[in-house]
Design a protein around this ligand. Structure first.
Ligand SMILES: Nc1ncnc2c1ncn2[C@@H]1O[C@H](COP(=O)(O)OP(=O)(O)OP(=O)(O)O)[C@@H](O)[C@H]1O
Ligand SMILES: [Mg+2]
Length: 460
C-alpha cells in the first residue's frame, strides 16, 4: 500500500488531508510539524511526503532538504500559501516534485499526488532495470545485444576475475581489443596497467626489446637500460595483439616467459620475475598456422586456455543498430539533439555486410554524422561504398550467380545467405520506389504485411 507522510503545523489541515487521502485508499501518517516528520522519516520510508512550506521552527524547505538526504527517491509535494509561490519554486529546485497552492482544490491535489507517485514508480523501475542490466552485462562501452555477444559477456564475467590466459579470435575490427579491455576492467588487476602491444607493428629485435626490455649497450642505440612492457604491466594485464605475426624464435621466448613467469632483458643475465596477466588476440587462424608450422603448438595451447571467438558483425545483426546509436552518442557528445536516422538509411545499415566489422560501422556513422543536415541521417549521407552494396541486383539479372556475389558469402549457411539476399532485394525495391513500401510490396508480389515481416526491423 502506498504510504504518504503528511506534514503541517495546523492540526485541522492535517486531519482534512488525511481523511481525503484515506478515502482514495492511501495509507497516511500525519506529523504535526517538521520535527515530528523527521522522527518518522528516521524510522520508516514513505512513497510520498506532502508538506506545508511555512512552518516553525523548521520550515518546509529545510525539511525537504533533510528528507531528501535520508530518502532521495521519495517524492515530495509542497503546499504553499497563495502569493508565496517563490519559495515553492525554490523547493522544486532542491528536489520537490511539485507544489499546490492553498486553498487547494481536491481534484488538483489528487492529480498531483497521482503524478508524483507515477513518477516515483517510473524512477524506481528505471533504477531497478539499470541495476539489473549492470549486473547482467556490466560492461560500459561494450554494446552487446545479440545472443552471441551476450554469451561472450557472460564468459568475460566468469574469466575476468581469474588470472587465466585468454586468446581472443575474430576478424579485423570485431572488437577484440574492446573485449580485452573489458576483461582487464573486470579483474582484480583493474587499478594497474592495461598494456597493449601490436606484435605486427615491430620487427623482431625491436619487439623483443619492447616486450622484455634491454640493458645498456646490448645493441647499437641501446644507450641505457630499458624496462619492457611485461614489467610495465606488472600487477596488471599485457595484451599481445596480432600474436600470429610473432616470429617462431620470439614465440619460443614468450613461451618460456609464460611458463616460468620470469623475463630476461635483451643482453641481460638477470632473471626478473613478472606478474602480468596475458591476453592475446589474433585475426589469423592460429590452428591453420599451427598445421602449417608457423605457429608453435605448445604456445598455442598455453595461450588458448580460454578461447573467445568474436563473430563478425554480419552474423549478429541485432548489434548493428545499437552500435549505430552508441557511436552517434559518442560523436554527438553532450549535444542536446541526436541526429535521427531515416528508415531507408537504417535499412541500408542493417543489410550491409560490414566486411570491416564494427570499425567500419564506426567510420560510417562518423561519416554520416558529418554530412547529415537538419539532424537527420539520410541514405546518401552514408559512405558511397555502402550504397553500392545495398544495390544488389535480383537473381534474375545478367549477373552470374557464381560471380563475386557468391564469393562474398563464402562460409555462410544457405539460410543466412538467402535471408540476406532477401533483405537486400527488399531494401533495393523499397529504395527504387522512393521509400514507398506499398508500391514495393506490389512490385515484389507480396502483401504489405509480408514485406514488413521480412524487413530487417519490423518497426520501420
Ligand atoms: N561491442 C562493441 N561495443 C562498442 N564498441 C565496439 C564494440 N566492438 C568494437 N567496438 C569499437 O570498434 C572499433 C574496433 O574495435 P577493436 O579495435 O577492439 O577491434 P579489433 O578486433 O581489435 O580490430 P583489429 O583486428 O583490426 O585490431 C573500436 O573503436 C571499438 O571501440
Ligand atoms: Mg585490435
Amino acid at each position: 500500500m502506498v504510504r504518504i507522510l503528511l506534514v503541517d503545523d495546523e492540526p485541522s489541515i492535517l486531519s482534512v488531508l488525511s481523511s481525503l487521502l484515506k478515502k482514495q485508499g492511501f495509507d497516511t501518517q500525519p506529523a504535526l510539524g517538521a520535527e515530528k516528520a523527521l522522527a518518522c522519516l528516521r524510522d520508516e520510508s514513505f512513497d510520498l511526503m506532502i508538506t506545508d512550506i511555512r512552518m516553525q521552527p523548521i520550515n518546509g524547505l529545510e525539511l525537504l532538504k533533510k528528507s531528501k538526504a535520508m530518502h532521495p527517491s521519495m517524492a515530495v509535494i509542497m503546499i504553499t500559501a497563495y502569493g508565496s509561490v517563490e519559495s515553492a519554486v525554490e523547493a522544486m529546485k532542491v528536489g520537490a516534485f511539485d507544489y499546490v497552492t492553498k486553498p487547494f482544490k481536491v481534484d488538483e491535489l489528487m492529480i498531483t499526488v497521482q503524478r508524483a507517485l507515477e513518477y516515483r514508480r517510473a524512477l524506481s523501475e528505471n533504477q531497478e532495470l539499470k541495476a539489473q542490466l549492470q549486473a547482467r552485462y556490466g560492461f560500459e562501452n561494450v554494446v552487446a545485444e545479440s545472443p552471441a555477444m551476450r554469451k561472450i559477456c557472460n564468459m568475460i564475467e566468469r574469466v575476468a576475475p581469474t588470472d587465466q590466459t585468454v586468446l581472443i579470435g575474430g576478424e579485423s575490427g570485431v572488437g577484440k581489443e574492446v573485449i580485452a579491455k573489458a576483461i582487464h576492467a573486470h579483474s582484480a588487476r583493474t587499478q594497474k596497467n592495461f598494456v597493449p602491444i601490436n606484435c605486427a607493428a615491430l620487427p623482431e629485435p625491436l619487439l623483443e626489446s619492447e616486450l622484455f626490455g634491454h640493458v645498456k649497450g646490448s645493441f647499437t642505440g641501446a644507450s641505457s637500460d630499458k624496462e619492457g612492457l611485461f614489467e610495465t604491466a606488472a600487477g596488471g594485464t599485457i595484451f599481445l595483439d596480432e600474436i600470429g605475426s610473432m616470429s617462431l624464435n620470439l614465440q619460443g621466448k614468450l613461451l618460456r616467459v609464460l611458463q616460468e613467469k620470469e623475463i630476461r632483458r635483451v643482453g641481460g643475465t638477470k632473471q626478473i620475475s613478472v606478474d602480468a596477466r596475458v591476453l592475446a588476440a589474433s585475426n589469423e587462424n592460429l590452428e591453420e598456422m599451427m598445421v602449417a608450422g608457423t605457429f608453435r603448438e605448445d604456445l598455442y595451447y598455453r595461450l588458448s586456455v580460454i578461447p573467445l571467438v568474436i563473430p563478425p558483425l554480419r552474423e549478429r545483426p541485432e548489434d548493428i543498430l545499437p552500435l549505430v546509436f552508441h557511436f552517434i552518442r559518442l560523436v554527438s557528445g553532450n549535444r542536446a539533439v541526436m541526429p535521427e536516422i531515416a528508415a531507408e538509411a537504417q535499412m541500408a545499415l542493417e543489410s550491409y555486410r560490414w566486411p570491416g566489422n564494427v570499425r567500419e560501422l564506426e567510420n560510417a556513422v562518423r561519416h554520416a554524422c558529418t554530412f547529415a543536415d537538419d539532424g537527420k541521417i539520410q541514405l546518401d549521407d552514408l559512405p558511397a561504398r555502402m550504397l553500392t552494396n545495398v544495390d544488389v541486383k535480383p537473381a534474375t539479372s545478367e549477373r552470374s550467380p557464381s560471380g563475386d556475389l557468391i564469393g562474398n558469402h563464402q562460409g555462410q549457411s544457405l539460410k543466412g545467405f538467402l535471408r540476406e539476399m532477401e533483405k537486400s532485394f527488399i531494401t533495393h525495391s523499397i529504395l527504387q520506389h522512393g521509400g514507398d513500401k506499398e508500391a514495393a510490396a506490389k512490385s515484389l508480389k507480396v502483401s504489405l504485411a509480408t514485406l514488413y515481416r521480412k524487413l530487417p526491423d519490423p518497426e520501420l
